[in-house]
Design a protein around this ligand. Structure first.
Ligand code: ADP
Length: 237
């Protein structure tokens, strides 16, 4: 049974396991911080993953933002060279910057060509993004960080769930997500185009250890984040 904002059965088992593991490593004298828990944030586009990530950070967590890493990777010279060879000058603006909006139109086109171009883009950038995420996880694990949020929209699609201790699904009805992403200048069709290339939301929801209902106001969401935090603190002392 899943309970909004409360400790689900599987997350309880996972956290106990992580706790025992950290005791074991401490006992044999491993001197890096292995009690760091990595929490993966999943959910639909515009569900509030970044908002929830920020709330965890206010409580003391650190964050890896896979979207930001993705944007950085697209700035790399070698990536831009390959992008220009594939899609031509049309994906660059007059300042020579890669235009992500145009690129998105190409790769999220609901045609077979769009799928092929998205596969190519993923093939190009995902190994680099994964490498960067691994580097950051290592750096945080060598610091005194105890909770690391992995905010990665394509976490499950890229099998990064293997790198996290617990998964949190941010739940919001589609109509609310459409309203909230309109602030980004997206239409519901653009939201659909992006979301159709992602794993089904119900499957993602089923995979999660925790579910945060972010359909209410920010205070209500913060309360749920604090409840999860308190539960984590109980086991990760
Ligand atoms: P995601 O990272 O999942 O794409 P964001 O965290 O960027 O989603 O949230 C999408 C938009 O919705 C942002 O403009 C954010 O400020 C807003 N938002 C998120 N949660 C709430 C909430 N509980 N109430 C009102 N607006 C919210």
């Amino acid at each position: 049974m899943r309970i909004y904002g409360l400790f689900s059965e599987s997350s309880f088992v996972l956290t106990v396991f992580e706790f025992l593991k950290s005791v074991y490593w401490r006992t044999i004298g491993f001197d890096i911080n292995i009690s760091m828990l990595i929490l993966g944030l999943i959910g639909g586009i515009g569900s509030g993953k970044s908002t929830v990530a920020e709330m965890f950070c206010q409580l003391g967590a650190e964050q890896i933002d896979a979207d930001r890493i993705g944007h950085e990777v697209l700035q790399r010279h070698e990536v831009q060279t390959i992008a220009r060879n594939r899609w031509g000058d049309r994906v660059f603006d007059h300042n020579g910057q890669l235009n992500r909006k145009i690129l998105a139109q190409i790769v999220f086109d609901p045609s077979e060509t769009g799928c092929e171009e998205l596969r190519f883009l993923n093939f190009l950038v995902h190994p680099l993004i994964t490498q960067k995420i691994e580097d950051q996880i290592r750096q945080f694990s060598e610091s005194d960080c105890r909770y690391l949020i992995l905010n990665a929209p394509l976490l499950l699609e890229n099998h990064w769930e293997q790198r996290v201790n617990s998964l949190i699904f941010v739940d919001v009805p589609r109509s609310t997500r459409i309203a909230r992403t309109q602030k980004r200048g997206w239409t519901s069709a653009e939201l659909d185009a992006r979301e159709n290339s992602q794993q089904n939301l119900q499957e993602k929801r089923r995979t999660a250890n925790w579910i945060i209902d972010n359909s209410g106001n920010l205070d209500e969401t913060l309360d749920q984040v604090k409840k999860i935090w308190q539960n984590l603190e109980t086991w990760n002392r």
